[in-house]
Design a binder for this molecule. Sequence first.
Ligand SMILES: *Cc1c(COP(=O)(O)O)cnc(C)c1O
Length: 433
Amino acid sequence: MKFVSDNLGVNEQGNLTIGNVDTVKLAKKYGTPLYVMDEDEIRKNCQMFQKSIDTYYDGQGMVCYASKAFSCKEIYRVMQSENMGIDMVSGGELYTAVQAGFDVSKACFHGNNKTDAELEMTLEYGVGRIVVDNAYEMERLNRIATKKGVVAPILLRITPGVDAHTHYFIRTGQIDSKFGFTLETGEAFEAVQRAIACDHLDLLGLHCHIGSQILDTTGFVAGAETMMQFILQLKEKLNFEIRDLNLGGGFGICYTQADDPPTYDIYMRDVAAIINVFCTDHQLKRPFILIEPGRSIAAPAGITLYTVGGKKTIPNVRTYVSVDGGMCDNPRYILYQSAYDALVANKADKPKTEIVTIAGKCCESGDLIGENMEIQSVDAGDIIAVCATGAYNYSMSSNYNRLQKPAVIFIKNGEDRLVVKRESLDDLIRCDI
Ligand SMILES: *Cc1c(COP(=O)(O)O)cnc(C)c1O
């Protein structure tokens, strides 16, 4: 059996394992649906990215985990212990990180519509880099920083006009985007001038993020090249040299056997090559590089376990297999028709002999985990594992149909521990008056 992540395996009982822990036992111990995250895999992925900066860019950079991919207190503790930076996009993520003891001087704060309250929080907590998205926000931040008598460390989010080859909803680098200052129109250049003129803003550098689940390096290289051209233009026309260049995230992962992403270090290799040559050719100071992988750190580390409740075969149409979760714990199918690999955890040693549609339990026909999925012979009571669900599943989960959010457990050194409790019925009515 070939798995989409190398931390999955099969034990002597024929059960699926993650990080050498029996998933069927986990389902019994904690109940289903259940998110299981392999902490060793998360740490390994962080270290791979860090090592790529050491190898190809003399360590002159920082890896910031994009915590929107998977956010809870424990992940910020793991990131702190791995000496990682963090990318965050809301007061809620910032609060969670601070509560977990994360040093937010290593945080980048994003978002195309940050509230005044969020901007105030970033200054109060000492966020290291606030990524300003638009002119309105720049004025607001300058005003808030002035009132507080502080100088806000900022980057400007630039839309480089790079069209990444990925799903329309997760493309962000093209001109038609809600994010950032546009390069082509001159908006970005004006924004730099304005930022330099603001007494209470310290312009550290620039940021771009071209999209997500990108499976080759051409878009990243094009993005880096465009940004370097702009950096050169700023030096020549404004005599202003930036210190930071944040190249965003978006590195693709293997969801099914059809995906073939390059190994993570290839991104840094290709991007660093362009930047190094460009800086030498134009006598520019090499910028401090930040990268923001989210999915590629968290997704391969996670699986979701469900219990099968029933099966419905419609002759010559399809077979539905119903599980005890769905779009409320994994909305990626209903959002993007995302493909996943699934298997019967308690028959993981058996060949896949059926083609089924895995349906959730919500009152939406589109509430599916996937259509026409190859799987072992499956029946009520079986445990289904859906692979590579560590990113954008728990963080995008909802209480639709008043379903309780599942528990999250972490696996480390072959031991399991609870890091997010399963929601109770009382949790569901906690805010109701
Ligand atoms: C979403 C996002 C990321 C992370 O993207 P992944 O595809 O999860 O790596 C990084 N930076 C910014 C600004 C983002 O919005």
